[in-house]
Each structure stands twice: as structure tokens, then as C-alpha cells.
Design a protein. Structure first.
Length: 268
């Protein structure tokens, strides 16, 4: 019964995700447009170059990467950082300080709840798109690669959550933090490999990105799916994911402990 409150929060996240259904389905349809654009882009690039491999990827590998990078980016996307900033700015955080609800657990359960329905729809759309490309003879991949991706996805989801939860603590020091969040999100969007494979930036920058946690949210799990990683490399990558999760969870705890000392409830 004690943990029942967090089950209710998870259910609240699911309900909130479907509250505005027209907007929800428009978002689901809209995320496919960039993916389709990139598919036609890379078909043109490979067709005009006449090369079997571009940036270390064959055409089938690149098509799988493009589809699944977009899908993975959608699956792990946050947005709660703006809600947290509002809680801090308007005083809504105060009620969590006097209630037996841990704010980190509340945000995590609500985040996961919102992903339950979204994940089913997004993965179904991805499966249909990949099946169409497979029937056209454009791609093929083994079930072992799918398994590696599935094993890497939970780490990517949790890692992205703690990244943005830690960043949300900036709102304790910066009153109008929306612009800063937007800028940082763009940087993370690129550094995670959601737009292009990180190899497009060259060996030096690709190695630099590999030292950061962001590449383990999209670039790593999608490369596991495309067959670019051995089982041992995938296992090491999953280990690195959870190492970063521990480090960033500790960092977010420190940031929030320092931030709460500055918090003054002046609204709500």
C-alpha cells in the first residue's frame, strides 16, 4: 500500500499522455516526417556517390539507423524539465516538501507512465516502416541485433531521464530557464546521434562524444541494432550506460540538495 501512490502517479502519466488525443496523434504522425525525409536523403546520397559505404555504413545499415534513431529519440524524449522549472518558479514544489512523496520518484513514475502507451504506438510504427523497407529489399537484420537493442533501450531511457533531471536543477539559479533548456536540448539532440551518426563529425569528435553520456542514449543502442557492435561491445556499452546513470543520479541529488536550500515558495 505504501508504494501504491507511485502506481497512481504512473497511471496519471498514462492518462496525461492521452488527455489531448488529437494533439497526441498529430505528434505521433509528425515524428515520422523527419524520418521519411532522411530516408530519401540517404537513398539519394548513396545513389549519387556510387559507394557501397558512407561514413562507415552500408545503405541498409544507414536506413535502419535513420529509422531507429528517430524512433529511439522519440521514445526517450523528456519535456518534464519545463514542468519542473514551473514548479520551482511558481512555488509548486513546496507541496512535495510537506507530502510523503519523493519528487524524483514522482517525476520518474510519471515519465515512465507517459512512455507506456507512446512506446507501443511508436514501436509499432517503426516495425511497419522497417517491414516495408525489408519487403523492398532495402534492409535486413538478425533477431540477435533486435535483442541487443531491446537490452540497451531501458538504460537509454533511464539515462536520458537523469540527464534532464540533473539539468532541471538549473531552474533554482536561473529564473527564466526555458531558453537555456531549449539550447541544451539541441546540443544533446546532436551529441546523442539522433540527427546523424556521430561518425559524420570525424574520428576526433566522435571519440569525444563517446566519452559523454549522450551518445549512449541513441547512437549506442541503434548501432547495436545495425550490427555495428559485437555482443561484448554491446555488453560493455550497457555497463557504461548504467555507470553514467549512477554518476548523474548522484550529481542530480547534489544539485537538488543545493538548489532546495535556495528555494523560496512565492507562488502557487
Amino acid at each position: 500500500m505504501r508504494n501504491n501512490k507511485y502506481v497512481k502517479v504512473l497511471q496519471l502519466g498514462m492518462q496525461n499522455e492521452m488527455e489531448y488525443r488529437a494533439n497526441y496523434w498529430l505528434q505521433m504522425a509528425g515524428f515520422m516526417l523527419p524520418i521519411m525525409t532522411q530516408i530519401f536523403l540517404w537513398l539519394a546520397v548513396f545513389g549519387s556517390s556510387g559507394q557501397a559505404r558512407v561514413l562507415g555504413y552500408s545503405l541498409p545499415e544507414m536506413l535502419v539507423y535513420v529509422v531507429m534513431a528517430g524512433v529511439t529519440g522519440k521514445l526517450i524524449a523528456t519535456g518534464f524539465e519545463y514542468e519542473i522549472a514551473t514548479d520551482i518558479k511558481e512555488g509548486g514544489l513546496a507541496k512535495f516538501m510537506v507530502q510523503p512523496v519523493h519528487y524524483f520518484a514522482y517525476r520518474f513514475c510519471r515519465f515512465i507512465g507517459g512512455k507506456v502507451i507512446q512506446s507501443a504506438v511508436v514501436l509499432l510504427a517503426a516495425a511497419i516502416l522497417l517491414l516495408c523497407l525489408s519487403l523492398e529489399g532495402q534492409i535486413s537484420f538478425g533477431l540477435s541485433y533486435i535483442l541487443l537493442y531491446i537490452l540497451a533501450l531501458p538504460g537509454a531511457l533511464v539515462l536520458n531521464f537523469v540527464v534532464y533531471y540533473a539539468l532541471s536543477g538549473i531552474a533554482f539559479w536561473v529564473t527564466e530557464s526555458a531558453g537555456l533548456f531549449y539550447t541544451l536540448s539541441l546540443v544533446i539532440y546532436v551529441a546523442s546521434g539522433t540527427v546523424f551518426p556521430l561518425t559524420i563529425f570525424g574520428d576526433v569528435l566522435a571519440r569525444l562524444f563517446s566519452l559523454l553520456p549522450f551518445s549512449y542514449t541513441v547512437f549506442f543502442p541503434v548501432n547495436a541494432l545495425t550490427g555495428k557492435l559485437t555482443v561484448l561491445e554491446a555488453a560493455k556499452g550497457i555497463g557504461v550506460q548504467w555507470l553514467w546513470i549512477v554518476v548523474l543520479a548522484a550529481l542530480s541529488r547534489w544539485v537538488w540538495q543545493a538548489g532546495v536550500k535556495r528555494f523560496v515558495s512565492v507562488g502557487g
